[in-house]
Design a protein around this ligand. Structure first.
Ligand code: ATP
Ligand code: MG
Length: 430
């Protein structure tokens, strides 16, 4: 993409509503635009980041054999009455009626719909386990939508659902998702902590939330610090002694509580093994080896549109962001610092085309702007690698490459630049 074609409506004035770094930056760098309270459009820069996040999530789900589908946003009130959630869900649910006065709603989640869908196709135990997921907008009429896309009313969620023969197999599926989530968040460049969200003894339910520890977070979690020290990434269901503040009274005995420390955090994922609650509500019976049974279910959510904001909140850069490689809007940005010089411009043009055909996602700042403007825009965009072409190309056929992860700047012969960039893109920085 050439910068002259790229629509980046950066804002100079800080929005008066924006209170936290991510919200401020997402407005300032033209990533999103609020259409009405808690409802956002994603602009080209923001949408690129969102799509990269979606790609990572899709890649891991595909590998794990989870079927991607797309269920609608609008659901019938009828199925929510059947599960007894229509009345209990309360004011967060946006209720609508169509021209025939049929009661509809904008889905806040999809347990009902997926159960009805699965019931219409799955008839035999032989086809279990089955996993489905979709990435779709949800609507929750939050009392206080705030912090931009962090707590929106319409937001993008990845929700997956598992169907198993029995509890034992359900737990296997749950563990599979638990591990998958750790891998996904690692790939997204987020260091999450899995938090036990339920005591676990009642009805065999299991639940974990995946939190990013950061001072600006709205959640509070209690953690045994020894567990998170050393960037541990191989958590298991058993050794996780990290607790959510509002559940799990069992662990809140004084003895244990003194061992735990309170942290602010952002909830990015939530997994839940709830068993036969919905399969029973919908009389979803499957033929077993001997007798019919209700499939054992779980659901697994990720707050997809919350992730870009969380990444900005946790970025090491004080007032800005350097995107992790797998979610950066572009792999690299090329700055032509001598637009008036036709040699330089020709070289940049060729380099841009070469890199593109080599599969490098490159943004080429070809604008007729001062170097200072180009530097500050590149900074705002948060692309980790920058190539500078200017005087050094004219004088000694060399270019400068900046690696923002390491705050490193190197000058190399121009014919070695492509190889170097490829190396940088492949390299791990965690
Ligand atoms: P929260 O406690 O933040 O309100 P929740 O527990 O109600 O979230 P879940 O039902 O667990 O949310 O939904 C799955 C995921 O969707 C959450 O882990 C979170 O990342 C994301 N999410 C939930 N509500 C919002 C929202 N209003 N805006 C953006 N993302 C959200
Ligand atoms: Mg939750």
């Amino acid at each position: 993409m050439k910068y002259s074609d790229f629509f980046v409506p950066t804002q100079k004035e800080k929005s008066s509503e924006a209170k936290i770094k991510s919200h401020i930056l997402m407005i300032k760098s033209g990533m999103v635009r609020q259409e009405t309270s808690g409802i956002y459009s994603w602009l080209p820069l923001g949408y690129r980041v969102l799509k990269k996040i979606i790609n990572v999530i899709e890649k891991f789900h595909e590998t794990a054999g989870i079927n991607q589908i797309l269920m609608p946003t609008i659901q019938s009130a009828e199925i929510w009455r059947k599960s007894n959630r229509y009345d209990t869900y309360g004011k967060e649910m946006l209720r609508i009626s169509d021209r025939n006065d049929k009661e509809l709603l904008y889905g806040p989640t999809n347990e009902e719909m997926i159960t009805v869908l699965a019931k219409s196709f799955i008839k035999s135990y032989k086809t279990l386990p089955r996993y489905f997921y979709h990435i779709q907008s949800k609507f929750r009429d939050e009392i206080r939508p705030r912090f931009g896309v962090m707590r929106a009313r319409e937001f993008l969620m990845k929700d997956a659902y598992s169907f198993d023969i029995d509890k034992k197999n359900g737990e296997k599926s749950y563990l599979m998702f638990f591990k998958l989530y750790l891998k996904i968040f690692k790939e997204l460049g987020i260091n999450v902590v899995p938090v036990r969200a339920l005591a676990g003894e009642i009805g065999g339910n299991l639940s974990h939330e995946f939190h990013l520890i950061v001072e600006s977070g709205e959640s509070e979690i209690y953690i045994d610090e020894s567990i998170i020290s050393g960037n541990k990434n191989n958590y298991s269901l058993e050794d996780v002694m990290v607790l959510n503040s509002y559940t799990d009274d069992f662990y809140k005995t004084n003895e244990i509580k003194t061992k735990l420390k309170k942290f602010k955090s952002i909830e990015l994922g939530h997994i839940f093994l709830f068993g036969t609650k919905y399969s029973k509500s919908f009389e979803f019976l499957i033929d077993g080896e001997k007798e019919k049974f209700f499939p054992y279910m779980g659901s697994y959510g990720i707050g997809v549109s919350r992730v870009p904001a969380a990444l900005i909140e946790s970025s090491i850069k004080k007032d800005g962001v350097v995107w992790p490689k797998n979610v950066s809007p572009f792999d690299v940005i090329l700055l032509n610092l001598s637009n008036q010089n036709s040699f330089v411009s020709k070289f940049c043009e060729d380099l841009y085309l070469n890199y593109k055909s080599a599969g490098i996602d490159i943004l080429f700042d070809d604008r007729d702007e001062r170097a200072g403007v180009k530097f500050s825009d590149a900074d705002l965009l948060g692309i980790p690698f920058v190539i500078l072409v200017g005087k050094n190309y004219v004088n000694n056929k060399s270019v400068t490459i900046i690696n923002k992860y390491l705050n490193e700047e190197i000058e190399i012969p121009n014919n070695e630049a492509e190889q170097k960039i490829k190396e940088l893109i492949r390299k791990k920085y965690d």
